[in-house]
Design a protein around this ligand. Structure first.
Ligand code: COA
Length: 169
């Protein structure tokens, strides 16, 4: 189970579309707690649990979670939030728990996202800090191409934003 190749066999991706309208039930609430904890440890400019929940109340914003399932114990180890508006989908957030990185969970989330949006949208867009080597490499593996750069777009610390696009089939 500690072996990285075996570990990934126990990870599943789940769509949690439309789950957060109105009051979240206890299962949704637990997923939200995991997502918020990963968000907080992954981003300096993290979204609060309330901001995440508010975002997910709109039906054009969607959540995928990566679950590690071991017997009765299920742990959320990563998530991806995106929107679908007309012919365009935008990746809003992706993060993997820092203790579970480097095991292709980010790639599993991206593969599911691309497969869910292909056929419905024509373009997939995202923006990323220019210094975020891991995320940029992952996006390039997924077939995204650099579209443009927004100079000094990010603060804390200052950084350029790289805008990527993928044409979906
Ligand atoms: C970006 C992130 C989601 C990647 O998740 P992950 O599960 O660790 O990534 P994967 O194991 O699926 O890696 C897929 C590929 O991305 C590249 N990659 C991943 N981490 C890397 C790193 N630290 N350095 C360089 N390339 C990296 C590799 O090419 C890797 O494929 P390989 O292992 O076969 O060579 C994760 O690093 C993370 O949560 N970062 C913090 C949040 C963040 O920056 N999100 C993006 C904001 S736009």
């Amino acid at each position: 189970m500690d072996d990285a190749d075996t570990y990934i066999d126990y990870v599943e991706i789940e769509e949690m579309f439309g789950y957060f309208e109105g009051d979240a039930d206890s299962r949704q609430q637990r997923a939200l707690e995991y997502v918020s904890a990963i968000e907080e440890s992954s981003f300096a400019d993290c979204w609060s649990a309330e901001e995440i929940k508010d975002t997910l109340q709109y039906d054009y914003n969607k959540l995928l979670i990566a679950k590690h399932v071991d017997g009765n114990i299920t742990e959320v180890v990563g998530y991806l939030i995106y929107n679908e508006i007309a012919d365009t989908t935008e990746l809003l957030r992706i993060a993997v728990d820092e203790n579970h990185r480097g095991r292709h969970i980010g790639k599993m989330l991206m593969d599911s996202y691309i497969s869910l949006t292909s056929g419905k949208c024509e373009h997939a867009l995202l923006e990323v800090r220019s210094t975020n080597v891991a995320a940029r490499r992952l996006y390039e593996i997924e077939g995204y191409e650099q579209l443009t750069i927004r100079k000094k777009y990010y603060r804390n610390p200052d950084d350029d934003a790289v805008i990527y696009r993928k044409i979906l089939s």
